[in-house]
Design a protein around this ligand. Structure first.
Ligand code: PLP
Length: 393
């Protein structure tokens, strides 16, 4: 018998993975080349070769007992110092080793922050559409996720809905740019407006409201600068993951970064350190931490994603679909051809097109196309999208 909270969350959840698995079954019947599975965000571009080389080098050069032993909960000190120096050089910041905590990817970092900052009933505001797991992360400590809907013409945050979503119970704001599921990169103007509102509300409520910047897609941005949030708001905690920039989601490595001038700095470090243990992660994987010393600045070949993005965006808008140009990540948000995106996705399956209904991301009436597929698959899917479009005319 499982916990009531978990059962409720399972019943409410829309499993994108189930749709993906359905696609695999369809592939077995019709042939993989005839199925267009745009459901999940598993990287399709190979990791840069330096990743494997770095891992081998670490294995060959380090003392096994030390390498494979427990590191400090927050990570190897030299790796944390190295990342602090890297960020300071890249963004002109003043991080130190204590302000870098190594985590098992972005997911573990966000759950850790929820555990560290939230009491039951506390609120976390996030911009909708948002990554569907956020609700579960916040729910693990009985917090409440409050959506602040973006302007659906631009997919940029809307200042009014944001300000009204904040309350004295807001402990932090969770922001994700480049965004999953929309591919939007929030503009500098949007960020400045959000930060101004946050400053005002922080003063009004008399307690810190942290800005948690969830950045697994920072390096997957196409010909556009992604604003560096700590430049705009002091109480910012950056959550970074190498899952997408190095195509290694299975290796579970990332970090959180914050400067010593955030409110309650020492308390936050103590809480986040204890949470590593209490949550059962204990520490980020040692080998992956050490590997970063040799390949932190490497990135997958993002021109491959960009090419697929261009094929789909140009192809779909030419057919007549309404899409907002995605500037980053590997997602494209497209308006369904009927108000019920679930039904639209069912109709699309008749053309062997698999997509995720936007409702899963608090974006009803839209669908998410995850284009981490080979560009030939995207190209070949366009006639199927054309037939789907014709069905609605
Ligand atoms: N945040 C967003 C917006 C994501 O899309 C994902 C994964 O897809 C995560 C967090 C979790 O990533 P990680 O593999 O680093 O835990």
């Amino acid at each position: 018998m499982i916990a009531k909270r978990l059962r409720q969350s399972l019943e409410e959840g829309i499993s994108i993975r189930d749709i993906f698995e359905e696609g695999k079954k369809m592939a077995a019947i019709y042939g993989a080349e005839n199925i267009f599975n745009f459901t999940i965000g598993n990287p399709s571009v190979a990791p840069p070769p330096i990743v494997n080389e770095a891992m081998k080098e670490v294995l060959d050069s380090e003392v096994p007992l030390t390498l494979h032993g427990y590191p400090a909960n927050v990570g190897h000190p030299d790796v944390r110092r190295f990342i602090a120096d890297y960020l300071n050089k890249k963004y002109g910041m003043h991080y130190d080793e204590r302000g870098i905590i190594m985590t098992n990817g972005a997911a573990a970092a966000i759950v850790n922050i929820c555990h560290t900052l939230l009491d039951a009933g506390d609120e976390v505001v996030t911009f909708a559409p948002y990554f569907w797991e956020y609700k579960s992360y916040v729910g693990t400590v009985y917090g409440k996720l409050v959506p602040a809907y973006c302007n659906m013409e631009t997919l940029q945050p809307d200042p009014w809905t944001f300000e009204t979503a904040l309350s004295p119970k807001t402990k932090f704001v969770l922001i994700n740019t480049p965004n999953n599921p929309t591919g939007a990169v929030y503009t500098e103007e949007s960020i400045k407006t959000i930060c101004k509102i946050l400053e005002k509300k922080q003063n009004e409520y008399g307690h810190p409201i942290y800005l948690i910047s969830d950045e697994p897609y920072r390096k997957l941005a196409y010909d556009i600068e992604v604003p560096w949030l700590p430049n705009y708001y002091r109480n910012t905690i950056v959550v970074y993951s190498f899952s997408k920039s190095l195509s290694i989601p299975g290796e579970r490595i990332g970090y959180m970064a914050f400067q010593s001038d955030i409110d309650d700095y020492d308390d936050f470090i103590a809480g986040a350190t204890a949470s590593m243990r209490y949550l059962g992660y204990v520490n980020a994987p040692s080998l992956q931490q050490r590997m970063l010393l040799k390949c932190i600045d490497a990135t997958v070949d993002i021109s491959i994603y960009q090419k697929t993005r261009d094929i789909l965006y140009e192809g779909l808008t030419k057919i007549g679909y309404q899409c907002i140009h995605p500037d980053g990540a590997f997602y494209l948000f497209m308006k369904a051809l009927e108000p019920d995106a679930f039904h639209f996705c069912e109709v699309a399956k008749e053309e062997r097109l698999l997509m995720a209904p936007g409702d899963a991301f608090s974006g009803p009436g839209w669908v998410r196309i995850s284009y981490c597929v080979p560009s030939e698959v995207a190209e070949k899917s366009l006639p199927a999208f054309e037939r789907l479009y014709q069905k609605y005319q």
